[in-house]
Design a protein around this ligand. Structure first.
Ligand SMILES: [Fe+2]
Length: 389
């Protein structure tokens, strides 16, 4: 590591009832009419109402509430929201949701701040200019994507059937609010799936070739929090302490990979999502131990160090140095099998030979493959997918 860049400019407000701070946070930007963005499920279960109430209690008038964000962040919805923002004289954005809602909100903010009509003009890495500042507050309702602190937005163009990836420091939200009330209603399987995505972000960030001392420190803290809290949050969804710890873990893993990168698990996982429509966290969880085995000869030292943070102190001390990396993989696999039994989280891929070929062909062109510690080719990916089946 001879050179690195690191940025986490998002302010973090974390704690029980921290959603009560949203009006004050908007006040710091002199914002008075936010566009509130969320999805239909969160509207139905009352999460959106909790945020609306917090805003109204703080004398903030909501410019418009939109709760129809689809499963995948979509270009047309972003264009529509951009119009709604302008027509309703909004002056800020509050996003409440998982990765898709947050990425949609990032897209809307990008269009308004760059003052363009077509999002296609903004494709590519680091091409955005500072633009007009649109105050942007994010309240995540899953503990997994870390999108509340990442510089990435993935947006789908349904007409062209492509997923566009935007990467820019100007995509970083201004404020992330972590409130355990936002995740207590998350079902067990979704808690497991998103939690394993966060674990993978931290492990891949700690072992990819762009790792740096800052991203490492966030990754190891995230890993320990997941070790101590994921099962607790699954066993008792109302355990607010475990929920809050998982929200913090997900955020820290997000900061980590936003400043290093992910790797081969995500390269293959993105393709499994696009081709076989396997939920992101499920695909990542299934692949993680197999890719770790593949990477083992290049990552032995890093994986061995991570055993200290994912296992117990005794386990680390009692495992011979040359066996620690393998022990880490064994522990990750045990966790996946445990989650499979407790929540039904899949631990094997159900895909055909034909699908394996398609997924491997797409994965070799995914950006995440570039920073993987071991260079993987088509045959390597086919082999990993076959083992994971
Ligand atoms: Fe992920």
């Amino acid at each position: 590591m001879l050179f690195y860049e690191f940025q986490n400019s998002t302010k973090i407000v974390s704690g029980k009832n921290s959603i009560a701070n949203i009006p004050a946070e908007l006040g710091f930007f002199n914002s008075k009419r936010p566009l509130l963005i969320s999805d239909a499920v969160l509207n139905k279960i009352g999460t959106v109402e909790k945020i609306s109430k917090s805003l109204k209690d703080g004398n903030i008038e909501i410019g418009y509430t939109y709760t129809e964000v689809p499963q995948d962040s979509d270009l047309e919805v972003i264009n529509k929201l951009c119009k709604i923002y302008k027509e309703n004289n909004c002056d800020s954005i509050v996003a409440v949701g998982g990765g898709s809602v947050i990425d949609t909100a990032k897209g809307v903010r990008m269009l308004i701040s760059q003052n363009v009509q077509d999002i296609n003009d903004l494709m590519g890495n680091e091409i955005l200019k500072y633009g007009i500042h649109v105050p942007f507050i994010v309240i995540p309702t899953t503990a997994g994507t870390g999108s509340e602190v990442t510089l990435v937005a993935v947006i789908e163009d349904k007409i062209k059937n492509v997923k566009m990836e935007f990467i820019s420091y100007f995509l970083l939200p201004d404020v992330a609010i972590l409130d355990p009330k936002m995740t207590v209603s998350l079902p067990k399987k979704a808690t497991a799936s998103t939690g394993m995505d966060a674990l993978c972000h931290a492990i891949e960030a700690y072992s990819c070739i762009q790792k740096n001392p800052m991203s490492d420190s966030y990754a190891i803290s995230a890993i320990s929090l997941i070790r101590d809290n994921l099962l607790k949050a699954i066993e008792n969804g109302n355990d607010e302490e475990a929920r809050l710890n998982m929200a913090n873990a997900s955020l820290m893993a997000g900061v980590s990979f936003s400043n290093s990168m992910v790797g081969l698990v995500h390269a293959i996982g993105h393709s499994l999502g696009a081709i076989c429509h396997i939920p992101h966290g499920d695909a990542i969880s299934i692949l993680l131990p197999y890719v770790m085995e593949y990477n083992l000869d290049k990552c032995e030292e890093n994986y061995a160090k991570l055993l200290f943070f994912f296992g117990t102190e005794e386990e680390y001390m009692n495992t011979p140095k040359e066996k620690r990396a393998e022990k880490l993989i064994e522990k990750v696999r045990n966790m996946i099998n445990d989650l499979h039994e407790k929540t039904g989280l899949p631990n094997k891929l159900e895909i055909s030979d034909e699908e394996i070929e398609k997924v491997a062909k797409t994965a070799i062109n995914d950006g995440a493959i570039i920073v993987n510690p071991k260079k993987a080719d088509y045959e390597d990916i086919v082999e990993i997918l076959r083992k994971a089946r």
